[in-house]
Design a protein around this ligand. Structure first.
Ligand code: NBY
Length: 831
């Protein structure tokens, strides 16, 4: 039944998605005139982009509305992906492709006198994430919508994303803020100023009879919702990413005001806005700052309040909560969701503790993304008690019954109790978030087979022994082929569509169809097309480097790419030392010998955490080595090196399709999965890597003969580290080639050698990441690459076979595994 007014009048007013060129141009012009208050006379590329974006936004809103109403009416079980990071990149191109409207928009935009590529470049990246973990969340949103799954993301609307990276002439990384919202309206979000929740910090928690408590006082801030539309690929389904912004509740805090503490009252209203002001730029180290803990609680509390309110709308008893809600924790950052849901159920809904715990542990799921000890989150108990007094009580209560159960199963095993406790003894005591996430969840998973095994056998070993194996599983990461093939490599996408003779919407959502490319590896004409596309992608990258940095790139060379956050475990240092080794070898060669060498261009890009001194030194070494090597007339036709500043999703979209090889060379057992490895291989780049993370599964899928593996395996790492500690062998003895490289750096070949000593000393002493152990085998692998590249036709075959076998690594496969084996949710198509 029509809810309001005259149905026919309403129906006349309703519009549908613009799909033909005349309605598209009409809509764009309309936005130029009214939304932007401009005209053809004063419209630049930025204005034209904004108008076109607003036009697409209208379409997304229509689909988004229909999707949300449909979900509300059908009341399916929903899943919520809680992530402190969503590294979305640009939206315009992705939305056009997913809507299937790119060609129409291109035509319309051309008719209006603009160039599509220029407009796409106007958009700023939404860079609300550090690296792989944040980008994974973005890929999973794309896949959820594309697979028509009822999934929402919850995150924070940071005013400033990951910092912008500048490189000084000396090679020093400099950071600048990323005010991504400063350009005015963000067309891709819907402010929901009516959707707000109050979030409390500090105050006192007084226990009441019956296990409940009363938490009051302290500071209250407001969470305001901003909804980001997430369109699926060739479906009406358009999911929601809800980002929270913090605001003062009412100009100032009334409690302090009434108590006469006026200054404090205003202070806390300023501090409210600070909560969502900036993304923390640390990956793999925990920082222990109060503001970070405030971010975590602010976001989990607002998200849970929203989830519980939506559940209450369907008027079911709380015992059925897990039948309607699944909550996925992206790492331990949202672990406070566990005590917060307990608080809501026990204190507010008056559900008995045991029943509440059953609800929580059937609703929450936890994904671990690292086994590096320095990355495991711990929060000081005094800070927790101060900021979240009720949650600290709840954590102690959970810990008490948990340890009683452990004691019952393993009587008298005090060491085990100490190891497993949620509280680590010390000064101060700390809450171990991974332990809390583990015992509060239905399932715990790692992100690649090897990593999941390491989770089971190292950091959560005791928990496997206590709770049984079945709770601990694996979901190997994936990437969305929409952005990471169709969008970033349109020519390859078109060739695949032509070759498979199916609509691209089919294979893009069923990536195993790529297998059908395999026979074409034997087809010389197809190989020629394949190679020509790679070549044009190299030229596109070269053009980008030329226009942004003013440098000329040799596009006849092999393109060798390593792009990721700077970290010792990822071993960019190994790569640059290998480059210097290559340079020294070239210098020693005769002119005749050099003629036989295949030219190589090595690209690096990535950000270092601002406080990570050694990582910044690595950047400095890369930049200064590049300066010397690129200027050497003896070798510069055969070897050049580029450090591309300010790595981003958009830069990755240009780099990835251009690579012949890419490097994923972490010390075995340290890279949980890696996801850029998948992106390169999907685009026909071959992999040079260690036997680590998802590299292993990629090799299984594409065939060991199509990857270049090197280095020690995970089981050897512990012993090698022990040797470095207790029976150290000088680098000169263990690896003369490497020692020679280190000496050249020390002696000032790339500028003041002193500068690099702290970096070089990490290798000379301790060598925790095993560069001396893996260097020779690394150089060996690169030599194999050179040999293989000589046979061009065979190389192209490898490239085709690699792409053809990458179907498994679609994030559609990954998200369907989560949906089926964890969340028990089903696709629900919006008609
Ligand atoms: O998650 C990455 C892993 O290193 C990579 O192997 C994996 O493929 C990817 C997706 O599963 N982890 C990652 O990116 N982690 C972070 O960015 C991160 C950010 C913040 C914090 C810790 C880690 N933090 O503690 O604040």
């Amino acid at each position: 039944k029509w809810p309001r007014g005259d149905e026919s009048v309403w129906k006349q007013g309703l519009r549908s998605v613009n799909t033909d060129v005349p309605s598209i141009t009409k809509s764009i012009v309309n936005h130029v005139q009214t939304s932007l208050a401009r005209q053809a006379y004063n419209l630049d590329d930025l204005g034209a982009y904004q108008a076109a974006a607003l036009s697409v936004r209208d379409d997304l809103i229509l689909n988004w509305n229909d999707t949300q109403i449909h979900y509300t009416q059908k009341t399916p079980k929903r899943a919520y992906y809680l992530s402190l990071e969503f590294l979305m990149g640009r939206t315009f191109d992705n939305a056009l492709l997913n809507l299937g409207l790119k060609d129409q928009y291109r035509e319309g935009i051309t008719k209006l006198g603009f160039n599509m590529e220029d407009l796409l470049e106007q958009e700023r990246d939404a860079a609300l994430g550090n690296g792989g973990l944040g980008r994974l969340a973005a890929c999973y949103l794309d896949s959820s919508a594309s697979q028509e799954l009822p999934v929402w993301g919850y995150g924070l609307r940071y005013q400033y994303g990951i910092f912008q990276q500048l490189i000084s002439p000396e090679g020093q990384q400099l950071e600048q803020p990323d005010p991504w919202l400063a350009g005015g309206e963000n067309p891709w979000e819907l402010p929901r100023l009516d959707v707000t929740y109050e979030v409390r910090f500090y105050g006192t928690a007084d226990r009441l009879p019956g296990g409940r408590a009363l938490w009051q006082g302290g500071q209250e801030v407001l969470a305001v919702a901003y909804d980001v539309m997430v369109p699926g690929c060739y479906t009406k389904n358009t999911n929601n990413l809800r980002l929270w912004e913090s605001k003062p509740k009412r100009g100032f805090d009334l409690n302090s005001f009434n108590a006469g503490d006026y200054e404090h009252a205003v202070e806390s209203s300023n501090s409210a806005a600070a909560i969502t002001s900036v993304l923390y730029p640390n990956d793999h180290t925990t920082f222990g700052k109060e503001l970070r803990l405030k971010q975590q609680y602010f976001w989990t509390a607002a998200s849970l309040a929203d989830i519980v309110r939506r559940f209450k709308n369907i008027a079911k008893p709380f015992s059925e909560f897990p039948d309607y809600v699944a909550i996925q924790l992206n790492d331990t950052h949202p672990t406070l969701a566990i005590p917060e849901l307990m608080r809501i159920l026990v204190d507010e809904e008056e559900i008995p503790w045991g029943k509440a715990w059953d609800i929580v542990t059937n609703t929450v799921f936890y994904t671990n993304h690292t086994v590096l000890p320095e990355a495991l989150e711990k929060w000081p108990v005094p800070l927790m008690e101060h900021l979240l007094p009720r949650h600290m009580q709840i954590i102690y209560d959970i810990n008490l019954s948990f340890l009683q159960a452990v004691e019952k199963k393993f009587p008298g095993d005090r060491d085990r109790l100490a190891r497993m406790s949620l509280i680590e003894e010390g000064f101060p005591k700390q809450v171990r978030m991974a332990h809390l996430a583990c015992i509060g969840s239905r399932k715990v998973n790692g992100v690649a087979e090897l990593h999941s095994e390491l989770v089971r056998t190292t950091i959560l070993k005791d928990f496997v022994e206590f709770e049984g194996l079945s709770k601990f599983s694996n979901v190997t990461n994936g990437i969305t082929p929409r952005r990471w093939l169709d969008q970033c490599n349109p020519e390859l996408s078109a060739l695949i569509t032509k070759t498979l003779k199916v609509d691209k919407s089919v294979w893009l959502k069923d990536l195993d169809r790529l297998k059908e490319l395999l026979p074409y590896a034997e087809d010389a004409a197809f190989r020629k097309e394949w190679a020509a596309i790679k070549q044009r992608n190299k030229e596109r990258l070269a053009h980008h480097v030329e226009t942004t940095l003013g440098l000329t790139v040799n596009t006849n060379a092999m393109f060798d790419v390593q792009i990721k956050r700077l970290h010792e475990y990822k071993r960019q240092t190994l790569n640059i030392l290998g480059v210097i080794h290559r340079y020294l070898k070239l210098k020693q060669m005769s002119a005749a010998e050099r003629k036989k060498v295949n030219p190589r261009v090595v690209f690096f890009a990535g950000k270092a955490a601002p406080g990570y001194y050694i990582a910044k030194l690595t950047i400095r070494l890369i930049v200064n080595a590049a300066r010397i090597i690129n200027a050497d007339p003896d070798t510069r036709d055969l070897l050049t090196v580029y450090f591309l500043p300010d790595y981003s999703v958009s830069l990755a979209e240009v780099l990835i399709p251009s690579s012949d090889i890419s490097q994923h060379i972490s010390t075995a057992g340290t890279e949980a999965s890696g996801t850029s490895n998948m992106k390169f291989c999907l685009n026909g780049g071959l992999l040079v890597g260690t036997v680590d993370g998802a590299n292993i599964e990629i090799a299984e899928a594409v065939g060991e003969n199509n990857v270049f593996f090197f280095g020690h395996l995970t089981p050897a790492v512990e012993d090698l580290r022990y040797q470095h500690m207790y029976r150290p062998v000088p680098v000169e003895e263990k690896c003369p080639a490497l020692a020679n490289v280190l000496d050249k750096i020390s002696s000032g070949m790339f500028g003041d050698g002193e500068v690099y000593e702290p970096l070089l000393n990490t290798i000379r002493q301790g060598d925790f990441y095993l560069l001396t152990d893996d260097f020779d085998s690394y150089i060996g692998a690169l030599d194999m690459v050179d040999k293989a590249y000589l046979d061009k036709e065979e190389w192209i075959k490898k490239s085709i076979r690699t792409t053809a076998n990458m179907g498994k690594f679609s994030s559609d496969r990954a998200i369907l595994e989560y949906a089926e084996s964890f969340w028990s949710i089903e696709p629900i198509k919006v008609p």
